[in-house]
Ligand binder design. Structure first.
Ligand code: NAP
Length: 254
């Protein structure tokens, strides 16, 4: 008898860390649902993993639109029948601007995507995650704990996301759901291209060759979802933490 695979829904999977996570979870045996605003990009990631569409499928969902997120959740459940892991990876760095320079509407849009969007996905996925006693991984950032010049919207959104992680662990932990805030390090993605171009703070000065490949945080998230890190539920976890790297089987940093 064939066993039904565990199912992961990666929100923000069209490129970067989310796309690498899709590949890592697929290789670990999961069925993978990928969503983002750009359906074509999600489709090409999914088709590279599984041209048959049996174990990798793409969905369009702008996390700023809660109805669209709910429709995507229904479609994922309709296609795969269960959900074991939700990864909130959708994020934007814009507006990159010092106080007084960013338009309030642009600031609010960042919070809508980086914080409210994660809530929308959790809300839509919660019944299925309760059924599976599943896990939520909210992709966080060092910016959740430290202000950086020009990033007030991003820092505030990620700080709010960290509290969302704690809140899920508090309310849903007794029912078996685990929730993690995961800080992926400084990773070589399109977001870092925009950051380097801004030149606004110390992160923008990092050289591309010093950034981590997206496959590294992806691998760590597979470990986090496995149950081996359940004692960390509710916490902010940094991929650069030496003890946790050892637990997750990642090489020590030089
Ligand atoms: P990226 O390459 O720019 O990817 C961002 C992803 O988010 C894309 O798949 C994008 O897809 C999706 N997205 C953006 N807005 C969205 C929306 N409104 N609705 C749905 N999806 C949306 O950046 P990344 O570096 O991989 O970032 C992934 C996550 O890691 C983000 O949460 C980011 O804050 C976090 N992070 C990154 C770093 C780093 O160094 N790269 C460090 C710390 C934390 P579409 O544009 O197709 O919608």
């Amino acid at each position: 008898m064939t066993q039904t695979p565990s199912v992961v829904w990666i929100v923000g999977a069209s490129r970067g860390i989310g796309a690498a996570a899709a590949a890592a979870f697929f290789q670990a045996g999961y069925a993978v649902a990928l969503s983002a605003r750009s359906l074509d990009a999600c489709r090409s990631v999914a088709e590279r993993l599984d041209p048959s569409g049996t174990r990798a499928r793409a969905y369009r969902a702008d996390v700023a639109d809660a109805d669209m997120v709910a429709e995507a959740a229904s479609a994922v459940l309709g296609d795969f029948g269960r959900l074991d892991v939700l990864i909130n990876c959708a994020g934007v760095i814009e507006p990159i601007a010092r106080f007084g320079k960013a338009a309030p509407a642009a600031w609010a849009r960042a919070i809508q995507i980086n914080l409210v969007g994660a809530y929308a996905a959790i809300h839509a996925a919660l019944p299925a995650l309760r059924d599976s006693q599943g896990a939520v991984i909210n992709v966080s950032s060092g910016a959740a704990g430290n202000p950086l010049e020009g990033w007030s919207a991003y820092c505030a959104g990620k700080a709010g996301l960290a509290m969302l992680t704690r809140s899920i662990a508090l309310e849903e932990g007794p029912g078996g759901i685990r929730a993690f805030g995961f800080r992926p390090g400084v990773v070589d993605t399109e977001m870092q291209v925009a950051i380097r171009a801004s030149g606004i703070n110390r992160v923008s000065q990092l050289r591309r060759e010093d950034l981590a490949p997206p496959e590294e945080p992806a691998r760590f998230m597979v470990w986090l979802a496995s149950g081996a890190g359940d004692d960390l539920s509710g916490e902010e976890i940094d991929v650069r933490d030496p003890d946790l790297r050892q637990r997750a089987g990642l090489p020590a940093l030089g």
